[in-house]
Design a protein around this ligand. Structure first.
Ligand SMILES: NC(=O)c1ccc[n+]([C@@H]2O[C@H](COP(=O)([O-])OP(=O)(O)OC[C@H]3O[C@@H](n4cnc5c(N)ncnc54)[C@H](OP(=O)(O)O)[C@@H]3O)[C@@H](O)[C@H]2O)c1
Length: 285
């Protein structure tokens, strides 16, 4: 068993399989989730639990956070019994959630004042990659802190690289998710055009997947369209959130503007379905 004690906050769609990777890699893992029922599965696999973020940071060395958005991060750091309530030092706090660069810079400074390091380390990939430990991790923050936790990040991802100072990981992630939104809407529109002209969607996605445009994303989401399966692997409301964050840092290019608008409108009806439910939104037009 590794001597590094991991504290894990957030056991949602991603946090659950990601934290399981660390148990499989023989780390000692302590978890905290706002909704306690979600802790049962990982507890059964050997994790212990902490009642609050403050208790969790005191018991562990490296704290990993995987929650929804900026508001969740504020609650976890600034809330009653939050991370910043604890009198601790020498810890590395890694925020793998997709959040704004601004909140990373803000809490990063507070962590330093507390005596701890903060890294933003969002991920590219979804549930399948989380289950396989093959995510792509992009990190912003202190070089030494990054080198210290790189072995842990490499259990979660096939690639973990530091790309700049605090917030840099978040900026890269928002750029990638802008492309993701464009890819999802693009795939949906291609299927609709083909279908409306008599081509079977399954045939079209087979052609795309065997062409130079083929990708893991196109394969998974093409299958989802063909099987009419819109259960969220990556909830549409989360990409709508990411496009708002991208707009906040300057997204204003033609495709960016279009995809931003489409996903904001789609969120109202399809927010809890998968990102590829965007096909239902653009099909209505
Ligand atoms: N799903 C994907 O494919 C994917 C891929 C890459 C990146 N991401 C990003 O990864 C992050 C997590 O995504 P996910 O799909 O795992 O989301 P999710 O299934 O909705 O899980 C969200 C987690 O955040 C917690 N949370 C939300 N608000 C909170 C608050 N105010 N205080 C404390 N905890 C709070 C939830 O706790 P409760 O259980 O109490 O609600 C839950 O543990 C997001 O930033 C997302 O954009 C997702």
């Amino acid at each position: 068993m590794s001597t590094t004690k991991i504290g894990w906050i957030g056991l949602g769609t991603m946090g659950n399989p990601m934290s399981q990777q660390l148990i499989k890699a023989n780390y000692n893992v302590t978890v905290y989730n706002r909704t306690k029922e979600k802790e049962a599965a990982i507890k059964a696999q050997g994790a212990t639990t902490a009642p609050t973020p403050s208790a969790l940071i005191q018991q562990t060395d490296v704290i990993i956070i995987m929650v929804s958005d900026d508001k969740a991060i504020k609650d976890i750091f600034y809330g009653d019994d939050g991370l910043l309530d604890a009198k601790t030092s020498g810890k590395v706090i890694i925020n793998m959630s997709t959040v704004s660069p601004a909140i990373s810079k803000e809490v990063g400074v507070k962590c330093l004042d507390q005596g701890n390091h903060y890294l933003d380390a969002p991920v590219s990939g979804s549930v399948k990659q989380a289950q396989e430990g093959s995510l792509v991790v992009m990190v912003g923050g202190d070089v030494t802190a990054f080198e210290q936790v790189k072995p842990v990040l490499e259990k979660l991802g096939k690639l973990a690289i530091r790309i700049g100072d605090s917030g840099a990981g978040n900026v890269a992630k928002l750029a990638i998710n802008t492309l993701l939104g464009i890819a999802a809407q693009g795939l949906a529109e291609a299927v609709i055009l083909a279908r409306n002209n008599g081509i079977d969607p399954g045939d079209l996605t087979t052609l795309i997947n065997n062409s130079a445009l083929g990708s893991a994303f196109g394969k998974i989401k093409g299958d989802a369209i063909v099987n009419d399966n819109y259960k969220a692997a990556f909830a549409l409301k989360l990409i709508a959130k990411d496009l708002r964050l991208a707009k906040d840092i300057g997204l204003s290019t033609p495709l960016g503007e279009t995809v931003y608008q489409t996903f904001q409108q789609a969120e109202v009806e399809y927010g809890n379905e998968d990102i590829i439910a965007i096909i239902k939104q653009v099909d209505h037009k």
